[in-house]
Design a protein around this ligand. Structure first.
Ligand code: A2P
Length: 336
């Protein structure tokens, strides 16, 4: 049957992709409301070849909405998601506003889909992009061998920061190539031709919030508070696609062959691991614009008896955000 869907933040980088994925997957939409701030109310976005007029979230009446997909930042979610839920909608929230609340499920469609039903507040949280792609690859290994600790360094694209960051990378690149000052604005320092070891805000322990999300969300999604997670988040001058160097330590030894076997059976994942030049996934050559999580460079850690290293890449706007949100909406629909 057809449902009424609302997209909150429809004009943003994730919102735009939510619309295209809903169309691609023929989500059974009866009515569609596209919402943003009053700045863009009245403008139009495209859905399935049609133009749809953007409505102002602040004056929108959520009555009658079945599923609301939120991607307009934490403060918008905090204020409006409970209102949509109170009006009867199931909210799938892409912000970090509710992720760490005990009574809010945090769900990766391939990892803990059963948690979708467990939503006393009518809100389901969509995980952080970096945690999302990492756990699609690590969950099958964790189930078999028990991950006790992991070390991850991320190489995150600018699209994760939003539309203004995409524009900043383009503009800075053009300015630098014509010998002009890069004029940093969204990021504190130049992002074009640079790597910035900073995502989110700094916290008391010296880690950033983007790093701590990997700690908290890995534990919550895998349901294992004892997993040690050490993360370094870096922003790189890539438009779409996050890359991650991940090193895990397991209770039982996992050989490369066994890891490949487990990963080749895992949903939502592709192995690209030729051990030759170009035989590995990259953000640009594999992930950008695609649905799967790609894994390569799988090898046994020469410094640890039960360690594995790998390289994990995915489109942060698709699997890292919009695609998983739509998969969660599909799980909710399947309950009906
Ligand atoms: P708007 O176009 O009206 O600013 P991104 O992450 O790419 O920057 O996108 C953020 C999205 O969230 C946009 O669609 C933006 O709409 C929306 N948004 C930001 N602030 C608000 C707000 N206060 N109310 C509704 N939508 C908002």
């Amino acid at each position: 049957q057809q449902v009424t869907v609302a997209i909150v933040g429809a004009t943003g980088a994730v919102g735009e992709t939510l619309l295209s994925i809903l169309a691609e997957r023929s989500f059974p939409i009866g009515r569609l409301h596209v919402l943003a701030s009053e700045r863009s109310a009245g403008s139009q976005v495209e859905f399935d070849g049609r133009k749809i007029t953007v409505e102002d979230l602040a004056t929108f009446d959520p009555a009658g909405v079945d599923i609301a997909l939120f991607s307009a930042g934490g403060s918008v979610s905090k204020e409006y998601a409970p209102k949509f839920a109170a009006a009867g909608a199931v909210v799938i929230d892409n912000s970090s506003a509710f992720r760490y609340d005990d009574d809010i499920p945090l769900v990766v469609a391939e990892v803990n889909p059963e948690q979708v039903r467990n939503r006393p507040r009518g809100i389901i949280a969509n995980p952080n992009c970096s945690t999302m792609q990492m756990l699609v690859a690590l969950a099958p290994i964790h189930r078999e061998a028990g991950i006790t600790r992991l070390n991850v360094a991320t190489y995150q694209s600018v699209s994760g920061t939003g539309r203004r960051a995409l524009e900043e990378l383009g503009k800075q690149t053009a300015r630098l190539l014509s010998f002009q000052d890069p004029e940093p604005d969204v990021y504190p320092v130049q992002i074009a031709f640079n790597v910035i070891p900073h995502g989110g805000d700094f916290t008391d322990n010296g880690y950033t919030t983007e790093e701590m999300k990997l700690v908290w969300e890995t534990r919550k999604i895998l349901g294992e508070d004892s997993i040690g997670v050490n993360a370094t988040v870096a922003r790189v001058p890539v438009f779409y696609g996050h890359s991650e160097a991940v090193h895990i330590e397991t209770r039982e030894k996992v050989s490369v062959e066994r890891a490949r076997e487990l990963l080749s059976q895992a949903p939502g994942l592709e192995i690209v691991d030729e051990r030759a030049p170009g035989g590995y996934p990259t953000a640009v050559t594999h992930a950008s614009g695609q649905d799967p999580v790609y894994v390569g460079r799988i090898r046994e850690d020469i410094s640890h008896p039960r360690g594995l290293s790998m390289w994990i890449v995915a489109d942060n706007i698709r699997k890292g955000a919009a695609l998983n949100a739509v998969q969660l909406a599909e799980l909710v629909l399947a309950e009906r």
